[in-house]
Design a protein around this ligand. Structure first.
Ligand code: MOS
Length: 722
């Protein structure tokens, strides 16, 4: 089904179920511990053995030999898999480094072996006995030292330019030229990367924890050189992904290899201390921003260049994306610079691109506002644009950034803020407020679903969409209930199975809008089938109260008998006709201890314009979680690089700090009515990642307002304020 004209009237617009703040339908399963996560499919394979991953002991080099003799003799050991014994493995295109090293070590803790034993403890003990003899090589691990490398965007595009930035800077009334740094960060999902694999003849089933079933399915089959029909991937519950589970990772592959080697089901969990170096992370960035304004504070030039590193073949952090679209200015330059580093693979994490990009841009905007002597809310408002600045004929489908900022300023009490920093004192606390714009693009992807009506009138939805803690089960049930006119209790949703139609999956905040649009499409087909079965006209029919109303008749759905419909919602080229983005105004109040430099966040507010909000309760949960991540990014999160040995030193949750409840203050979220006429028949957009984009900068700007200290190097730890 194509969707390439603006949806006008459709059943979703009734909003009897969609748009309601319903509690998660999967909530009771989770709170009672009866939702099965990847490591918990006990009944499916009661005799499962346990695999323990052996990670590379150096960051770069060659494996000369792996001595497994002692490990093989250890108690309970059933088998050991290495690159040499694993058989033919293809490399999946979505993986930069190979998931099981053969001869070459590409990064620290890259998997080099799997030890399988009767118990987890036996596998772990035996893994310590595996001796990896390798020849270490010198690698590049320091982004600062690796600066003058390749210049490229992910697609190898050159810089995007308009006008003459240098000339505009030269003739400007006010200018800024500042460099900001963001560190390497780790996703730290609560559920580790974990999988269980079971072979039945030549068919493989893998229960895993993954955001994108189809990517995992495709890449696992390809890596094992198997036809996709012989591989099944299930991931119905995911304990957090944040981008770390977008791809096939070592746990799933090694579980499959281990299970094949020992002839039994095998569970593999990447141990917490191995996750930051074995899996992916958000790469550090160094971002130079130059701004120029005229005497009235109108931007005349914006230049944003971002340096990041990755393994050979990897892509840069796309930290300049928002800068292409957020503010007007006649002279522009945006570009990405990529350095080859031998650190673990850099990849998507929690709003890749915009999240770290706004951490820099929105401090720069705060600095520029101060230089130009303009209130930072007002400064952003006067530099708003309603068109894509590089392609002025392209309008945004919806763009309410100004409304977000104005609403936020009024609700937050922005008028109370002292323009001069360091003025507001409460005992030993210095108090300040900060603002930042939030921006995240709205991505579209085809998404398929299958819906069934059974003899009892139950609607069952099946799609390989995942629920990574986001509320997918609930909004999909709401969509089907609305479309078919049945109570939500009469809808059963089944997700996260490669046997189901291929959805858009969970990533880049596209999941909610696209997966429900796929369900919408399948329901349109089912409605047609129901109508046809009963000899009624589908176009004019209304589905409500478990009945179909048409041509003066009212018939129960069950009269149509069991029926099934499957459909993919494919979007047209709307993303080219209109620029689709989401917007927010983020406001933060902090108190800084004038003696110790301790920063306490007091209040946070996000005002979001992100299309129709399908469920204000689950959407709010997404946004407050994201705001919490922004707090972490501003104040705590940093992987410390050992630039001699090439690994992340603080590779567990003792050393890598994330916010806890006591760090998180009152959070408020306001959703503007932003029903988008063209995003999809749902008229929704993504909101989860928007909640993070801009928060870090708003917080750092509040620290500046409180103290007068401008920190450009994340995270803002105590030492930077003393
Ligand atoms: Mo997101 S970082 O695309 O899971």
């Amino acid at each position: 089904m194509k969707f390439d004209t603006p949806a006008t009237a459709n059943p979703i617009d009734r909003q009897r179920v969609v748009g309601q703040p319903l509690a998660r339908i999967d909530g009771p399963l989770k709170t009672t511990g009866s939702a099965h996560y990847a490591y918990e499919w006990h009944a499916e394979a009661p005799d499962a053995a346990y695999g323990y991953v052996v990670g590379a002991p150096v960051a770069k080099g060659n494996i000369l030999s792996i001595d497994t003799h002692a490990a093989a003799q250890a108690p309970g050991v059933l088998g050991i898999v290495t690159g040499a014994t694993a058989g033919k493995l293809n490399k999946a295109e979505r993986n930069t480094a190979t998931l099981l090293a053969k001869n070459k070590i590409e990064h620290y803790h890259q998997a080099v072996a799997l030890v399988v034993a009767e118990t987890f403890e036996q596998a772990r003990a035996a893994a310590q006995l595996v001796k990896v003899n390798c020849q270490a090589e010198t690698g590049a691990y320091d982004l600062e030292a690796a600066q003058p490398e390749v210049t490229t965007s992910p697609e190898g595009e050159p810089d995007k330019t308009l006008g003459d930035v240098d000339a505009a800077l030269h003739s400007a009334a006010f200018t800024l030229d500042a460099t900001y740094t963001t560190p390497d960060q780790s996703h730290m999902a609560m559920e580790p990367h974990a999988s269980m694999a079971l072979w039945q003849d030549d068919h493989l089933t893998v229960w895993t924890s993954n955001q994108m079933i189809n990517w995992c399915h495709t890449d696992l089959a390809h890596t094992l050189d198997m036809p996709m029909e012989k591989v099944r991937v299930l991931s119905p519950y995911v304990g957090g992904g944040f981008g770390s589970k977008l791809f096939l990772r070592s746990d799933a592959l090694l579980a499959a290899l281990g299970a094949r080697a020992v002839g039994r089901a095998v569970k593999v969990m990447v141990p917490r201390p191995m996750i930051p170096n074995n899996t992916t992370h958000r790469p550090a960035t160094r971002q130079r921003i130059r701004l120029a304004t005229d005497a009235h504070g109108h931007l005349t030039a914006i230049a944003h260049e971002s340096w990041s590193g990755n393994l050979p073949g990897g892509t840069p952090e796309t930290a300049v994306q928002q800068t292409e679209l957020l503010y007007a200015a006649a002279n522009r330059l945006t570009g990405l610079r990529l350095a080859e580093l031998d650190l673990p693979e850099g990849n998507a994490m929690r709003a890749p691109g915009e999240a770290p990009g706004l951490m820099a841009l929105e401090i720069a905007m705060d600095e520029m506002a101060a230089i130009a002597g303009i209130d930072p809310v007002e400064f952003r408002i006067i530099n708003d644009t309603q068109v894509d600045p590089l392609h002025p004929e392209r309008f945004f489908s919806r763009r309410q950034l100004v409304q977000c900022l104005r609403t936020g300023a009024s609700k937050f009490g922005w008028a109370e803020r002292c323009a001069q920093p360091g003025q507001r004192r409460e005992g030993r606390w210095l108090v300040g407020m900060g603002v930042a714009a939030g921006f995240r693009n709205n991505l579209l992807a085809p998404s398929a679903a299958r819906v069934q009506l059974d003899a009892q009138g139950t609607i069952t939805v099946e799609t390989d969409m995942t629920d990574i803690g986001t509320g997918s089960y609930t909004i999909i049930a709401q969509t089907a209930a609305e479309m078919m006119g049945v109570p939500i209790e009469q809808v059963s949703v089944r997700l996260g199975d490669s046997a189901f139609p291929v959805s858009a999956g969970s990533g880049g905040q596209w999941g909610a809008n696209t997966s429900t649009a796929g369900v919408y499409a399948a329901c349109v087909r089912l409605r047609e089938k129901v109508a046809a079965q009963l000899g009624l006209d589908a176009e004019s029919a209304e589905f409500a109260d478990g009945h179909i109303h048409a041509s003066g008749q009212r018939l129960p759905l069950t009269a149509a008998g069991p029926l099934m419909a499957e459909e993919t919602m494919e979007f047209g080229d709307l993303d080219k006709t209109f620029q689709q983005s989401t917007f927010a105004g983020h406001f933060v109040e902090v108190a800084v201890d004038s003696a110790t430099g301790e920063v306490r966040v007091r209040r946070m507010l996000a005002v979001c314009a992100a299309g129709r909000i399908l469920n204000p309760k689950t959407a709010r949960s997404q946004v407050i979680g994201a705001m919490t991540m922004g707090l972490g990014a501003a104040l705590m999160e940093k992987l410390a690089v050992d630039t001699r040995l090439g690994y992340f030193v603080n590779h567990d949750m003792a050393g890598y700090e994330v916010p806890v409840h006591a760090d998180v203050p009152e959070q408020e979220v306001i959703f503007l009515d932003d029903t988008d006429p063209v995003s999809s028949p749902m008229k929704a957009k993504g909101v989860g990642e928007l909640g993070l984009c801009g928060v870090g900068a708003a917080l750092v700007n509040a620290v500046y307002n409180a103290t007068g200290i401008r920190v450009r190097d994340y995270p803002v730890t105590l030492d930077k304020l003393l």
